[in-house]
Write a protein of this length. Structure first.
Length: 641
């Protein structure tokens, strides 16, 4: 009798070891399943030790403002997802083993997409199959290389001639930057014969000064006639535009010292292999961006911020430095600011301007922006002028400080409070006298003190270091006090001016340019005014025949009502007081001995009178024991008391 067969055992999973691939070898990751949990596929191994690792993507990555919008070819690509991990973490993707013995001049090529402000570093490491350790950084590339998801992928070649005849393994190793916008993608990996002239890799720029920089790059085996190097203005096309500097090195020489560069400039460096008459020139290497240091700027010097990058995180641009200590800072704006009821609606000229954004910070915080060093020695009577826009109920103060390298002079110029009344109001130009610093090299600080609220955006534009005007504009117009027929006015001389002209006009009326009062000094009392009237006043400096400043203003005020004087010890005054429809009317009764202390009390007796009352009426009659409505209330018709 046979016992037959047993029940089938449970399955035991196993895998066949990956074979060695023979070059040429190509993988475009189309056979990989799209996943956020890649471990091993087609003999590629995800070998990261932390949460920052490699995934297989299609379309865009899950993060905004980083990664490609889609694959280079087909649908899939591999990428590092930087939403996980921390700065400095490494994502590692191991290739299969590849036998190079079939190739004469082996090279690795791949396409990369490195878009993201937090982009870290891509490295290619290589080892022969019998070695334990990788040769690190056979190729490296750091920082953002594309500026949008839709930007083209870039091809990179890595010379593998050192490993000719060997079986190798390579890996892509990505170091995470300081944020989630660090998704780096790889596509269309190929090991094949090198191009006849390989593109140089590993370009770095170091030892940057105002006018010099050092370039270095990796050796290319078939660059038998050396290398060409080029430096262009940032954004220029190296195939079309003229470089600001260029040169060449002999075979085997992979460094160059570049001189005669423009200072304070954004530049891009490129390297090109020269492989001789037969194989010709390589493609340009990927650009490496750098900025030469700021030099002392000669005068005249004008800055309108048009070449600054619009930013809410302004740090340094065009040798202007943001030096605020807290969250209340300067930004580069265009159009209006992000806050309502404050700031300009547009730049004074062009598109851009600087402004302090008062949505952040606390009352008393200071936002500081520092100009470049400016050499005044070319000017006889130096001055700095700028345009300002100070609209916002919470504006506190704008100050200009001067640093001559030895002493920081605070508040060389100040302007306090709201100066415009709407976003669309005109910008105002002001001149600051720099004669105390003639012949020196200085820096100017624009310093804004934050008020008690977000409606405190202060903007500046068109800063100009040049010869001073012969007659400076007055500053800081102010109304000290008013009576019913006069107003005490004050302002600050722009420099050493002592004579001024004043024009007083009804509020809202354009000035005529003809002075109401000529050759006056400050402070000044404007007389001959009408009570209970709104006025604007303008001031200009008069520096001699035919030499006057611009008119500055308006500054507004309202004259007081004319009081009814009650003469002490005289018979009573009997008058009738009336008001019209839709009229607000005030009467002020004062004692004739109001100037003495204490004055004789005034007694007011209302013998009779009527006001409209009842449904729909808005008439109201009130009596105060003092000069205005802040005084104690004696009677209120609405309160019936």
């Amino acid at each position: 009798m046979s016992d037959g067969q047993s029940v089938q055992s449970q399955p035991v999973a196993f895998s066949i070891p990956c074979t060695v691939f023979t070059a040429p070898y190509f993988n475009d990751f189309e056979a990989f399943p799209v996943t956020t949990n890649l471990t091993e596929e087609d003999c590629w191994i995800e070998d990261s030790s932390g949460s920052f690792g490699w995934d297989v993507g299609t379309g865009g990555t899950i993060s905004s403002n980083t990664g490609p919008s889609g694959a280079l070819s087909g649908n899939n690509y591999v990428f590092t997802e930087a939403s996980s991990g921390t700065q400095g973490d490494e994502a590692i993707l191991l290739s299969p083993l590849v036998d190079l013995s079939t190739l004469t001049q082996p090279a690795l090529s791949f396409w990369y997409h490195m878009y993201g402000a937090d982009m870290g570093t891509l490295a290619v490491d290589v080892k022969i199959s019998t070695s334990v350790n990788f040769d690190l950084d056979v190729f490296t590339l750091s920082g953002e290389q594309q500026t949008a998801e839709t930007d083209s992928w870039i091809q990179q070649f890595v010379d593998l001639s050192t490993y000719a005849g060997e079986t190798i393994q390579f890996r892509f190793r990505v170091t995470r930057g300081n944020g989630f916008t660090s998704d780096l993608a790889i596509e269309d990996v190929l090991i094949d014969e090198a191009p006849s002239c390989l593109t140089p890799t590993g370009l770095t720029v170091s030892n940057i000064t105002e006018t010099t920089a050092d370039l270095s790059w990796s050796v290319i085996g078939n660059a038998t006639s050396g290398y060409n190097w080029f430096v262009f203005n940032a954004g220029d096309d190296p195939d079309v535009d003229t470089p600001v500097a260029s040169g060449s090195t002999a075979a085997g020489v992979t460094t160059a010292n570049v001189t005669n560069l423009p200072s304070s400039s954004f530049l891009e460096a490129y390297i090109q292999s020269n492989c001789g008459a037969t194989d010709g020139l390589s493609e340009f290497s990927p650009a490496v961006s750098f900025e030469t240091l700021c030099d002392v700027i000669p005068t005249p010097y004008f800055e309108d911020f048009e070449f600054f990058t619009v930013s809410t995180s302004f740090d340094e641009d065009g040798c202007w430095n943001e030096e605020s200590l807290g969250s209340f800072t300067w930004d580069v704006g265009t159009g209006n600011t992000t806050s309502s009821n404050t700031g300009p609606d547009a730049a004074f000229s062009g598109l851009n301007y600087l402004f302090s954004e008062a949505s952040s910070g606390s009352q008393g915080d200071e936002s500081i922006v520092l100009s470049p060093q400016v050499d005044l020695s070319n000017l006889t009577t130096p001055a700095v002028s700028f345009r300002y826009h100070m609209y916002g109920a919470d504006i506190d103060q704008l100050s200009v400080d001067i640093d001559d390298g030895t002493t920081l002079d605070l508040d060389v110029f100040t302007i306090v409070g709201e100066q415009q009344t709407s976003e669309t109001d005109d910008w105002v130009q002001v001149f600051v006298d720099l004669m105390p610093y003639a012949g020196q090299t200085i820096q100017v600080r624009f310093r804004v003190t934050r008020g008690d609220g977000f409606e405190g955006d202060v903007a500046i534009d068109d800063v100009n270091f040049d010869e001073a005007p012969t007659c400076f504009d007055p500053l800081n117009l102010e109304v000290i006090s008013v009576t019913d027929i006069s107003a005490d006015l004050s302002w600050q001389a722009g420099s050493t001016e002592t004579n001024f002209d004043v024009e007083v006009v009804p509020a809202g009326t354009p000035p005529t340019g003809t002075p109401t009062f000529e050759d006056v000094s400050v402070p000044f009392t404007a007389t001959g005014l009408t009570s209970e009237t709104d006025y604007d006043f303008y001031v200009r400096a008069d520096c001699g025949p035919g030499d006057v400043s611009n008119w500055v203003g308006p500054e507004g005020f309202t004259t007081a009502l004319t009081p009814v004087t009650v003469v002490v010890n005289d018979p009573a005054i009997n008058n009738t007081y009336c008001y019209d429809n839709n009229e607000f009317k005030e009467w002020l009764f004062v004692s004739s001995d109001i100037q003495i202390t204490p004055p004789t009390p005034v007694e007011v007796i209302f013998n009779g009178g009527t006001i409209e009352d009842g449904t729909g009426s808005t008439d109201r009659f009130r009596v105060f024991n003092g000069f205005d409505q802040t005084a104690p209330r004696l009677y209120d018709s609405d309160a019936k008391a």
